[in-house]
Design a protein around this ligand. Structure first.
Ligand SMILES: Cc1cc2nc3c(=O)[nH]c(=O)nc-3n(C[C@H](O)[C@H](O)[C@H](O)COP(=O)(O)OP(=O)(O)OC[C@H]3O[C@@H](n4cnc5c(N)ncnc54)[C@H](O)[C@@H]3O)c2cc1C
Length: 425
């Protein structure tokens, strides 16, 4: 099988794929390297191991225990966030931090230390992990927490799957008053307006995020603030999501369709305030399965960076460079990170502003644009998100992640990935 990452970029296949379903089993003795494969929702190559072994963890999908008094769930690392939501939302519990798709495994969420729209209040996913077990290729098992093997805990959270295999996890869920989300939508034009809205909204709301149209002459967008709402009446009717059926030879996303989509999205009728089911608020793209096929056989890149707040001017430069390139994105997502520190040595978030954009893979033209954007991000003291990356240089990665040297000794010699081989010393 040729497993591809979410961006569907052409990649060399793994030599072998094994299902790893039993958390008590030993890791296979193999000649080369191995890597856990969660649910393949990373865009680039952190989850790929070309020419070597991938261990599918989705079969490790059991709930182990739930402490109802404190909301602490113990589960295997292959459980999907969607499976947690299905069981626990009706009981009044929610994920403390959730990325923009619920189809990721708990192990994958830890390995990339994912963030959500509530970073300013809750930090990253790893901030809510109480403990986990780490299995190494030498057969050793360590219980890792902020108090026990704390150095292994810090290396494995955001550790890109390189420190070994996480088998089970204890995660603190959070109480919610109901299943809906009260949302306030505001259209804005220009980044000054975005930052003013955001400062005011972060003080009042648990979740904040904006969609921006980066192809418009002045960046414009829709700011969405949300909070869990009371009431039990908003359970989504269980309907089968639609699925994009095939990968067309060429990308259906191009300058023309992007402009038309962004225009229509910006002007669509929008209630200023509404209460909606949680799924379309947190996971708008999960409604169309395999939407990544829209980009055709050459696939697409996501480019997500964070800039320190003091380097705001660099954001203008980046948006100008993107608009000038004529390459752009559906649903570019703009958000600020708060100053809660992440527990992982290689966690991506830092206080500042982050933007995530999708680009159809147009070969050299797209890569040249990224080189220009890298130069701006780098000079501004920012960095790129490994979970979304498929091409940043090792030099840029090593400069942007100041704790890399502390992390290196924790890598398991039998674990590797395409990403690691590209960027690590
Ligand atoms: C539509 C969409 C929206 C997204 N939105 C966000 C967002 O808002 N915020 C955000 O932070 N991310 C976001 N992401 C990225 C996604 O959350 C991460 O890439 C996540 O890590 C994917 O998890 P996965 O289970 O699919 O893991 P994979 O992509 O399969 O693997 C990711 C990494 O986890 C490692 N891994 C998996 N399981 C284990 C294990 N048991 N033990 C050790 N290592 C393991 C793998 O080796 C790999 O390095 C989004 C992705 C998509 C497709």
């Amino acid at each position: 099988m040729t497993l591809r990452s979410w961006g569907q970029l052409p990649a060399r296949p793994a030599a072998e794929e094994r299902w790893w379903n039993d958390r008590a089993a030993s890791l296979p003795g193999i000649a080369g390297t191995m890597l856990a494969y969660g649910n393949g929702r990373s865009y680039g190559d952190v989850g790929l191991n070309s020419g070597a072994t991938l261990l599918h963890t989705r079969g490790m999908d059991r709930f182990i225990a739930f402490d109802e008094a404190n909301g602490v769930l113990t589960c295997e690392a292959g459980v999907l966030l969607s499976e947690i939501l299905d069981v626990f939302v009706p009981r009044g519990w929610f994920l403390p931090v959730t990325p923009g798709t619920r189809f990721v495994t708990v192990g994958g969420a830890i390995a990339n230390d994912v963030h959500s729209k509530n970073h300013h209040r809750a930090g990253t996913f790893g901030c809510h992990v109480r403990r986990f077990e780490l299995l190494r290729s030498d057969g050793s098992r360590r219980i890792c927490s902020p108090h026990e093997h704390a150095d292994w805990f810090a290396a494995t959270i955001g550790g890109l799957g390189l420190t070994g295999l996480i088998t089970w996890v204890e995660l603190a869920l959070k109480r919610i008053p109901g299943v809906g989300i009260a949302v306030e939508n505001t259209r804005f034009c220009g980044l000054d307006e975005f930052f003013a809205l955001n400062a005011e909204a972060e003080a009042r709301h648990e979740y904040t995020v904006a969609w921006i149209d980066c192809l418009a002459d002045t960046p414009r967008g829709i700011f969405m603030a949300g909070d869990h709402a009371q009431g039990r009446g908003l359970v989504m009717a269980a309907k089968r999501p639609l699925s994009f059926p095939l990968t067309p030879p060429l990308s259906l996303v191009n300058g023309l369709t992007l402009r038309a989509f962004n225009q229509a999205y910006y002007h669509r009728p929008l209630p200023a305030q509404t209460v909606m089911p949680y799924a379309p608020y947190f996971y708008p793209l999960d409604g169309l399965l395999h939407w990544n096929r829209l980009y055709g056989r050459q696939g697409f890149y996501q480019y997500q960076f964070v800039l320190p707040m003091a380097a705001r001017a660099a954001l203008d430069d980046i948006l100008r460079s993107i608009a000038a390139s004529g390459q752009g994105s559906f649903l570019a997502v703009l958000k600020t990170f708060g100053d809660l520190s992440s527990p992982g040595l290689l966690s991506f978030p830092m206080p500042g502003v982050t933007l995530a954009l999708d680009f159809p893979n147009r070969g050299a033209a797209t890569l040249a644009l990224f080189d220009r954007l890298d130069a701006i991000v780098s000079v501004a003291g920012g960095r790129l998100y490994a979970a979304k990356d498929a091409r940043m240089s090792g030099e840029f990665f090593r400069r942007a992640y100041p704790h890399l040297d502390e992390f290196l000794p924790f890598i398991d010699a039998k674990f590797s990935s395409d990403f690691a081989r590209r960027v690590l010393p």
